[in-house]
Design a protein around this ligand. Structure first.
Ligand code: MN
Length: 444
């Protein structure tokens, strides 16, 4: 029985540019935003080499339609050669962002690389140094940006008592999915495979931790605030038909993070200037990156190198009176200050934006004095959150700018995505304005 290691990645979107507001003012950051997906892939290849992996699996979306470039092709070809020199095979299935119809490698790839066909399912056998088969990998590529048929149902059945892998780029949604309809239960029941190497969902997830194991590696480098977890890949060790070890390794040089500061927290309750708020933000930033670094036991050396941070200042407290006359201006000034203070440390932390959405403590007093008003307000908020028809009516009144369909793949860039958190913020702002209006009208 064979003992070997392999690496599983997907959704690299090689060549994509990371977005960070104001990055153009800092050449080092702009460079990092341009290089991050390349660096993440390089970290994956180095991990495979260091651990003497037998092969690397890329389960779709190696490239991104918009970002595909001569450089991305060259970079991939170069790394495939280095992997091949180390005896490491590379298996690629094309996904919805790099379907075979648009797929073209501009540089020759070594024969140790296999791109699965879109015409039919294939199965490839992998042998050890003595020529004995140790594993089989089944897969099929997307031909077009949508793949509505369950390709995996036609995967050939592997032969022999060896480790059997199926690669699949799927949303893991049964029914009418445009990205290979399938379900976790269906994959788990399939007796033909020991490991489902999935791709498409950008968040790392171990869907099933017992035989057959089902896992998404996630995107090795997030590209915006919708992808806040540090990304990486799976390093898996197999003995015969069993996975004996499975570790997630962080590979992303850049991590996106939303941070919330509550002006009602004990440290800020007595604050009497915006300096104290700025200081509080600085110490918060320090704690975040320190904690992240110490937790990162399986991270590759040198990652993450940078955090791109979006701050939200909220809650109720006296600091509101220092902010309220110019909420937007306060946010911009705090943003400028944080960029100046945090740009020169390692890992460095870049402030993308600061949004101020605070309320004065007076609103609490209004509510205390009018329990019926509190109840009415609470009821209204609850019914918007829980009653689908009320929620729909409320959203329709917000106007055409908002798009409640927040599916990552089919997003309409001309409209603003209205996710649950944004909707919650709008409701909170409306409640605050209502209460402030009441208190200014003599209620205090
Ligand atoms: Mn995809």
């Amino acid at each position: 029985m064979g003992r070997f290691k392999f690496v599983h990645t997907a959704d690299i979107h090689l060549g994509s540019f990371l977005h960070a507001d104001g990055a153009e003012s800092l050449p080092g950051l702009q460079e990092l935003c341009r290089e991050a997906t390349y660096r993440a892939f390089e970290n994956i290849c180095r991990l495979a080499i260091q651990n003497k992996a037998r092969f690397l699996l890329i389960s779709g979306d190696l490239y991104d339609r918009e970002a595909r470039s001569v450089r991305a092709n060259r970079f991939f070809a170069d790394w495939c050669k280095r992997l091949a020199d180390e005896g490491i095979l590379t298996f690629v299935t094309a996904g919805n962002h790099d379907p075979v119809r648009e797929y073209q490698e501009l540089f020759a790839l070594p024969q140790q690389v296999h791109l699965f066909s879109a015409d039919r399912p294939e199965i490839i056998y992998i042998s050890d140094e003595e020529g004995r088969n140790i594993a089989a990998v089944a897969g099929q590529s997307y031909r077009d940006k949508w793949e509505k048929s369950p390709l995996h149902l036609n995967y050939p059945k592997p032969e022999g008592d060896i480790f059997r892998i199926a690669m699949l780029h799927t949303q893991l949604e049964s029914g009418k999915s445009s990205y290979i309809p399938s379900s976790a239960a269906e994959l788990a029941e399939c007796p033909d495979f020991d490991y489902w190497a999935l791709g498409h969902i950008h968040k790392p997830q171990l869907i099933r931790n017992r035989h057959p194991v089902i896992a998404y590696p996630g995107s090795p480098q997030g590209r915006d605030f919708g992808e806040q977890d540090p990304g990486g890949c799976w390093l898996i060790e197999v003995d015969g038909r069993e996975i004996v070890r499975m570790d997630y390794h962080i590979t992303s040089p850049v991590v996106y993070r939303s941070l919330f500061i509550d002006i009602g927290c004990p440290e800020l309750q007595q604050a009497d200037s915006l300096d104290q708020l700025a200081e509080h933000m600085l110490s918060h930033a320090q704690n975040i990156s320190d904690r992240e670094l110490s937790d990162r036991e399986t991270g590759e050396s040198g990652v993450p190198e940078a955090y791109i941070v979006r701050w939200e200042i909220g809650g109720r407290g006296p600091l509101h009176y220092y902010l309220k006359n110019d909420l937007q201006g306060s946010g911009q000034e705090l943003c400028r200050y944080m960029r100046d203070m945090l740009g020169n440390r390692t890992p460095f932390l870049w402030t993308d934006s600061v949004t101020v959405r605070t309320a004065g403590p007076v609103t609490d007093k209004v509510l205390e004095r009018h329990p019926a008003l509190r109840e009415l307000l609470d009821q209204t908020v609850l019914s918007i959150q829980q009653d689908a028809s009320v929620s729909k009516q409320f959203i329709s009144q917000l106007g055409q700018a908002w798009d409640p369909d927040t599916d990552y793949e089919d997003r309409n860039d001309a409209r603003l995505p209205l996710d649950d958190q944004t909707l919650g913020n709008i409701i909170e702002d409306a409640s605050r304005l209502l209460l402030e209006g009441l208190s200014e009208g003599g209620e205090e």
